[in-house]
Design a protein around this ligand. Structure first.
Ligand SMILES: [Zn+2]
Ligand SMILES: [Zn+2]
Length: 334
């Protein structure tokens, strides 16, 4: 290697995202160089692109990636060249209170691939070796790009601590909502209701194992569930989801809202009906379980992967230009 120039999708400033030539990444001690096989796009990239999610500038986007290790830096011994890996983008500092308490995702000095340092929307990226998770037998790198979003779903369902036999409804049937339905079906949950205003997403939810689907308007009438999952990222879904909680019910806040978003909530209802609100952020230490779920086809990659884009189309996607693409949109590097 050396002197290679690669095409990359780079975020410069809110509204300014470009496909540019970048030099081959430097591989520092403790890092590995990955030849990227594919990278997924997600709502977080759109939030970065419009400035509503804090990130580094002049940075390659892409926090959902998998590929093959091409080179290892000084001191890297546990993983070797040629290993196929998925990257956990979230890096804790190892020294703050939260890292010491085993909660690296709450780290006060957190770094993230594709958010605070160069990501995988380029044919090569260097990342700390500790973030690389070898792929299980039979899982292709292209399918493995779903590992990161699924690791967040696994963490969220851990946090929800759902009881068997519960009634669950999910607002928002994008990639995460559909993955949640597949996981809930595998857990044997008898009532899984998908809520979306997109007919194509409602149909996909039924194929994924939802027992019932509804429009947002329909879900405002007489729905009562033990667990309401807000996976749309839209503040307008908060109140209907909250109002659908049965006594003792729990609401999982999963969708990425903007920092300035405000919702209204009835504290008297929370008090008298003993309701619980649960937040869930990223997927700490859940990536290996996510990859197992993909390899076992509990979550079916083909059902989740949508339109394959080139980098220029990916630029339009993050800036919300061009035609609507089927989730999960992704880029493959040959
Ligand atoms: Zn993502
Ligand atoms: Zn820390």
């Amino acid at each position: 290697m050396g002197g290679l120039v690669l095409k990359a999708l780079v975020f410069y400033a809110p509204g300014d995202v470009r496909v540019v030539d970048r030099p081959e990444p430097i591989v520092n001690a403790g890092e590995v160089l990955i030849k990227v096989a594919a990278a997924g796009l997600c709502g977080t990239d759109r939030h970065i692109a419009d400035g509503s999610y804090t990130s580094a500038k002049s940075m390659v986007l892409g926090h959902e990636l998998a590929g093959v290790i091409q080179e290892v830096g000084h001191g890297v011994e546990h993983i070797s060249v040629g290993t196929r890996v998925c990257v956990d983008p979230n890096l804790g500092c190892h020294s703050c209170n939260y890292c010491r308490a085993g909660k690296p995702h709450l780290c006060l000095n957190a770094q993230a691939v594709g958010v605070t340092r160069d990501g995988g929307l380029a044919s090569y990226v260097s990342v700390p070796a500790e973030l690389c998770h070898p792929l299980p037998e039979g899982l292709s790198p292209v399918h493995a790009i779903l590992g990161e979003p699924l690791s967040c779903v696994v963490h969220a369902l851990d946090r929800a601590n759902i009881e068997l036999g519960s009634k669950v409804a999910i607002w928002g049937l994008g990639t995460s909502g559909i993955m949640m339905i597949q996981c809930l079906r595998a857990m044997g949950q008898p009532t899984i209701i998908g809520v979306s205003h997109h007919e194509d997403q409602r149909n996909l939810a039924l194929r994924a194992g939802a027992t019932q689907v509804m429009t947002q308007e329909e879900a405002k009438q007489s729905l009562e569930v033990d667990l309401a999952i807000e996976a749309s990222g839209s503040p307008s879904a908060f109140e209907p989801a909250f109002n659908a909680l049965a006594p003792g019910g729990r609401m999982l806040l999963y969708g990425v809202m903007s920092p300035g978003d405000v919702v209204s909530l009835k504290p008297e209802q929370m008090f008298r009906r003993e309701l619980t609100l649960i937040g869930s952020y990223v997927g700490p230490r859940t990536l290996d379980r996510a990859l197992s779920l993909l390899a076992a086809r509990i979550v079916e990659p083909e059902m989740i992967l949508g339109d394959r884009l080139n980098l220029e189309e990916a630029r339009e996607w993050v800036l919300k230009e061009g035609a609507r693409k089927r989730a999960k949109a992704y880029v493959v590097f040959e």
